[in-house]
Design a protein around this ligand. Sequence first.
Ligand code: ADP
Length: 180
Amino acid sequence: MSTGQPVLTLVQGDITLQSADAIVNAANSSLLGGGGVDGAIHRRGGPAILEECRALRASLARAGNPLGRGLPTGQAVATTAGRLDAQWVIHTVGPVHSTTDDRSPLLASCYRESLRVADELGARTVAFPAISTGAYRWPVDDAARIAVTTVRATETAVEEIRFVLFDGRAYEVFATHLGG
Ligand code: ADP
């Protein structure tokens, strides 16, 4: 496995319109779809992704694996990407932000585990949304810092890690962290 440093790139836009080997989904533990980027990925990717998520849950449940009850926070699994311009969707479950409890190791784990799955698949380009910064309310500046420092510290054969930010403010915040 090549362990050269991946190039980190930044795009403002809709992640479901990206062309990449793998697109990361900020899923919830049910893996059965939700709002935000999760809803957008299932809508544009079509029913094949959800079917595969259901099959994955069922086979894990049959094997007695706890993943059959849902994907734990901080972990990642892959499905094919349906009609998206990608080979795989990597579903990861971000932590809900807490003001009392430091859950940043779990947010870092989402990035690390997604890259580990990407390496298993042989993905060379991986597009990430800003995990946990929507419904899960993580402040974008802190989420961007964790995202950038974690991927920089992760050994991977992925050649391009692309952050895809929906809105201009998140884009600017990520740009600041990437430039620093
Ligand atoms: P979470 O539950 O992990 O917070 P959300 O999907 O609610 O996930 O939000 C995560 C981030 O994804 C937010 O910053 C949101 O603006 C962004 N987002 C929502 N839709 C898209 C999309 N189609 N492409 C890229 N980013 C998106």
